[in-house]
Design a protein. Structure first.
Length: 353
C-alpha cells in the first residue's frame, strides 16, 4: 500500500479514535459508576498515540527527514506529545479524569490538521536549506514536547480552577512549596471570616490543631492538620460553600498532576531554547535575534518560571498559581502558532507565511 494512502488513513483514524475517546472520558465523568469506561478511555488514548506515531514514521520514511518541517507534521507531533504526556500523567496519578481535559484538545488538533488544512499543506516537500541540519530533530522535537507538557499542565490547572470555583483552599502534598502558609491538608473557610494566628489558641488532639479565631465580629473554629509552617499574618477568606470531600480529593489530584507535568515541560523548554540558540548561531551567525518566535519562547519561559518560582519559593497555593498556569496555555499557543499567523520572521517558513 502506498505510504501516502497509509498516512491519509491514519490521520483520519487518529481523529476518529480521539473523538470517541473524548466522548468516553466525558461519559465517565458524568457517570463514574459505569464499568470499563475508564479503561476504554485509556485504551483509546493509547491507540490514538500509536496511530499518530505510525503516521509520523511513515512520513519520515517517505520524505527522508524527521517530520517536523511544516504545520501538518508539527500539529500531529504535538498531538502525539499530548497523548504521550496524558498517558504518563494518568498512569502516575491513577486518575482517569485527566482525559476529560486533554482528549478534546488532542482531538481538536488532529481535526484541524487532517480535515481543515488544504492538501498542498499536508504534502511532504523538500526541506528548505535552513532546515537541513541535525539540529532540526534536536531543537524542534524538544520544543514540541515541551509545548505538549506545558499545555497538559495548563489544561489541568484550568480544570482545577473549574473544580474549585468560588473557593480559596490550601493544598497538601509535594505540589506545595516551602514558603508561606503550608498545611498537610485542605483548609476551607466561610465568607467574611478572618483567621488571626496571633489570636489563636491551639489544642492538640491526635495531631489536629484546633484554633478559635475572632474577626469581623465573628468567631470561627478551624480544624487544621498539624502544620509545617504557619503564616505570620491574617488571611482574608473569600469562600461561600465548602467543597465536598470528593471535590477536595479531585482538586488535590489535579493540582499535583498539573505541577508535576509543568515541572517536566519547563526543563524541556529550557533545553529547546538553548538548542535553538546554538542552531541559530550556526545558521544565521547570531545566538539571539529577537525574532517573534524567539521573543514569545522567552515570554513562555518567563511565565512558567514565575509559576514554578511562586510554587517552590514563595509558597503560593490554590487558585493563584493555577491562574498563572492557565494563562500559560494561551501563551504557549501564541508562541507555537500565533506568531506564525500574525507576523513574519525567521521561523515562518513552511507554515502559513
Amino acid at each position: 500500500m502506498n505510504l501516502v494512502v497509509i498516512q491519509n488513513w491514519l490521520d483520519n483514524a487518529s481523529f476518529a479514535v480521539l473523538f470517541v475517546t473524548m466522548l468516553v472520558y466525558w461519559s465517565g465523568a458524568v457517570f463514574p459508576t459505569l464499568p470499563y469506561l475508564a479503561s476504554l478511555g485509556t485504551a483509546g488514548m493509547a491507540i490514538a498515540n500509536l496511530c499518530i506515531a505510525t503516521l509520523l514514521g511513515a512520513r519520515w520514511i517517505e520524505a527522508g527527514y524527521f517530520p517536523l518541517s511544516n504545520l501538518y507534521e508539527s500539529l500531529f507531533f504535538l498531538a502525539w506529545g499530548i497523548t504521550t504526556i496524558h498517558l504518563i500523567a494518568e498512569n502516575t496519578s491513577r486518575s482517569r479524569l485527566v482525559g476529560v481535559a486533554t482528549a478534546p484538545v488532542a482531538m481538536g488538533i488532529t481535526a484541524f490538521a487532517a480535515l481543515t488544512l488544504p492538501s498542498q499543506m499536508q504534502a511532504a516537500e523538500p526541506l528548505v536549506p535552513a532546515l537541513k541540519s541535525n539540529w532540526l530533530m534536536m531543537h524542534v522535537s524538544v520544543m514540541m514536547l515541551s509545548y505538549a507538557a506545558l499545555m497538559v499542565g495548563s489544561l489541568l490547572a484550568i480544570a482545577f480552577l473549574i473544580v474549585t470555583r468560588g473557593q480559596n483552599i490550601q493544598l497538601q502534598g509535594s505540589s506545595v512549596g516551602n514558603g508561606g502558609y503550608r498545611t498537610n491538608g485542605y483548609r476551607i473557610h466561610k465568607t467574611g471570616e478572618t483567621a488571626f494566628q496571633s489570636q489563636a489558641t491551639a489544642v492538640e488532639n491526635n495531631g489536629i490543631a484546633r484554633f478559635a479565631a475572632e474577626g469581623n465580629g465573628k468567631t470561627a473554629v478551624i480544624d487544621l492538620v498539624t502544620t509545617t509552617a504557619i503564616h505570620n499574618s491574617s488571611s482574608q477568606i473569600q469562600n461561600s460553600e465548602p467543597l465536598s470531600p470528593q471535590r477536595l480529593s479531585l482538586a488535590e489530584t489535579l493540582d499535583n498532576i498539573s505541577y508535576r507535568v509543568i515541572g517536566l515541560g519547563f526543563p524541556l523548554l529550557t533545553i529547546g531554547i538553548i538548542a535553538g540558540a546554538v542552531w541559530a548561531n550556526e545558521a544565521w551567525g547570531s545566538y539571539w535575534s529577537w525574532d517573534p518566535k524567539e521573543t514569545w519562547a522567552l515570554i513562555t519561559w518567563l511565565v512558567f518560571a514565575a509559576y514554578l518560582h511562586a510554587r517552590i519559593t514563595r509558597g503560593w497555593q490554590g487558585r493563584r498559581p493555577a491562574i498563572l498556569a492557565a494563562s500559560g496555555f494561551v501563551v504557549v499557543w501564541v508562541c507555537y502558532l500565533g506568531v506564525n499567523l500574525l507576523g513574519k520572521g525567521l521561523h515562518s517558513y513552511g507554515w502559513f507565511l
